[in-house]
Design a protein around this ligand. Structure first.
Ligand SMILES: [Zn+2]
Length: 247
């Protein structure tokens, strides 16, 4: 992913895998600190220290080894640090990964510094499930959604996606609603549903020439659902949204 330019003061990095989110956060961290004309250059002292994890202006927060949550005390410590000027660089970078491990009290503690923190402070929040973050936290960050990781095609999934695509393209309202209801009753996990809808989207785009008007409408509806599914709502919500977009 190309880095945004100019950089915002806070990003919520989601999608992809844990590794790809962390890699993007590391590049952004170096980009904040690097003072070359095209940051991150990867060669200057700031870039090298950031890559080695030894830059004094990078502050990382994650759950303690025996804990599952990022606690309010951890965020309070981060917040106090944010009001101390940078040690070496022009900026300080606060990397919270996984940010969706912050409990609500911790998120509330973060809000103030996200909103009114010093101009040199930059925040990177990595989250597999951004739906676990408070709306107020999400709205103060610019969203960077990585594309889903390419998985080897699953023949069963491809077949189901093709059947779903056929129904959505050629079925009447009742048939489509029945198909979506049957899918909802299976209670698919968010990841499974997203994979199915995304495969159906590819299938519909391949058949666009056969069903130009209906196809464009189905594609728009599937795209809206995919974007909405970033926040991991329940399957009922996603499929209900799909039905209302279609009819
Ligand atoms: Zn550099």
């Amino acid at each position: 992913m190309d880095l945004p330019c100019p950089l915002s003061h806070a990003y919520l990095i989601t999608g992809g895998s844990g590794d790809s989110r962390a890699a993007l956060a590391e590049r952004l961290t170096a980009a904040y600190l690097c003072r070359s004309p095209n940051p991150p250059c990867g060669r200057c002292r700031d870039c090298r220290k950031a890559a080695a994890g030894t830059h004094p202006d990078v502050y990382r927060a994650a759950p303690a080894p025996d804990k599952r949550e990022v606690t309010v005390d951890q965020v309070r410590a981060l917040r106090s640090d944010a009001y101390i000027r940078p040690n070496e660089g022009a900026r300080k970078v606060y990397l919270i990964d996984p940010a969706d491990a912050m409990n609500p009290a911790a998120q509330n503690a973060l809000l103030k510094v996200l909103e009114e923190g010093p101009a040199y402070a930059a925040f990177l929040l990595c989250a597999a499930q951004p739906g676990l973050l408070l709306d107020t936290v999400r709205s103060r960050c610019e969203l960077l959604a990585l594309p889903p990781e390419e998985a080897p095609p699953d023949p069963a999934l491809t077949e189901r996606a093709a059947a779903l695509a056929r129904t959505l393209l050629a079925g009447d309202e009742l048939t489509c609603v029945q198909a979506l209801t049957a899918l909802e009753l299976e209670r698919p996990k968010a990841g499974q549903l997203a994979a199915l809808l995304s495969a159906a989207e590819s299938q519909v785009s391949r058949e666009l020439a056969l069903h130009p008007r209906r196809g464009a409408q189905v594609l728009r509806a599937l795209k809206t659902c995919r974007e909405n599914a970033v926040y991991n709502p329940g399957a009922g919500h996603v499929l209900g949204l799909l039905a209302t977009q279609l009819f």
